[in-house]
Design a protein around this ligand. Structure first.
Ligand code: KIV
Length: 288
């Protein structure tokens, strides 16, 4: 064992922890790699604007994903499919401006990388260069191997995304992936393929918990679960689901930590009643 690997396997005093550690500089993909070696779990949240991102950054969330879930959760589309690279670049730049410490991962939207590695590189370069993202995320396992390889060779860290891939909703729907022996073997092949291509982490969306646990054991890169059980190295939630802002039904795997929709609606109604009834503004809100 080298001195370096010996040092890495020593129990950590927690000072370097991604969440709750003492570090104040921007988190890098190397920090993420070292966290897996320490066996440390970490949280990731989505954000689509500077102000929300600044709250999560101040709360110590080490990785913020500018997900193309912005399509449903921010831009008013029905799915992620219509989201454009221009929109992702603009939203990602805002999130980068709102944060100091979090690693910002920006999603490559549908149609911006499927043509091949060169298109992927051109698109990812915009997210890194114009928006300032520290890494990009794209969907697909074996089918995205070459795209991931060229991005990584070009110096752009890639988070992969397998299992349910929402950009393929028209082909696969929103169904649990990896059920049954054949589908499980394909998921394992996809996971190894993105690792071999150089991805620094992989999102596992809506896959059976036992399979996600196996993928997490087999890979040396961290797995980030969403609807993938408790054994993945990290967990991600869409912020509007997690804080109860999303209207209508949310998936079973979401844990809601607040009810912002109720809080914001109540506040808006109180404001409206004050205006209509003449209770706002008062003398203290007036200038002379
Ligand atoms: O776009 C997104 O928010 C995502 C997460 C669900 C992982 O891809």
């Amino acid at each position: 064992m080298t001195q370096l690997s010996a040092a890495r396997t020593q129990p950590s005093d927690g000072s370097k922890a991604l969440y709750g550690g003492k570090g104040t500089r921007r988190i890098t993909v190397r920090d993420i790699t070292l966290a897996k070696e320490r066996g440390e779990k970490w949280p990731m949240l989505t954000a689509y604007d500077a102000m929300t991102a600044s709250v999560f950054d101040e709360a110590g969330i080490p990785v913020i994903l500018v997900g193309d879930s912005a399509g449903n959760c921010h831009l008013g589309y029905d799915t992620t499919v219509p989201v454009t690279l221009d929109e992702m670049t603009m939203l990602s730049a805002a999130v980068v401006r709102g944060t100091r410490r979090s690693l910002i991962v920006a999603d490559l939207p549908f149609g911006s990388y499927q043509e091949g590695p060169v298109q992927a590189l051109r698109s990812a370069t915009r997210l890194v260069k114009e928006a300032g993202a520290g890494a990009v995320k794209l969907e697909g396992g074996e089918r995205s191997h070459e795209q991931i390889r060229l991005l990584v060779e070009s110096g752009i860290p890639v988070m992969a995304h397998i299992g349910l891939t929402p950009q393929s909703v028209n082909a696969m729907g929103y169904r649990v992936q990896g059920r049954g022996e054949e589908a499980a073997q394909q998921l394992l092949r996809d996971a190894k393929s993105v690792q071999d291509a150089g991805a620094f982490a992989v999102v596992l969306e809506l896959v059976p918990a036992e399979l996600a646990a196996e993928v997490t054991r087999v890979l040396h890169i961290p797995t980030v679960g969403i609807g993938a059980g408790p054994e993945t190295d990290a967990q991600v939630l869409v912020w509007t689901d997690m804080l109860g802002l999303t209207g209508g039904r949310v998936p079973k795997f979401v844990k809601q930590y607040a009810d912002l929709r109720q809080i914001m609606g109540d506040a808006a109604r109180s404001f409206a009643e004050d205006v209509v009834g003449g209770a706002f503004p008062q003398e203290e809100h007036s200038v002379h």
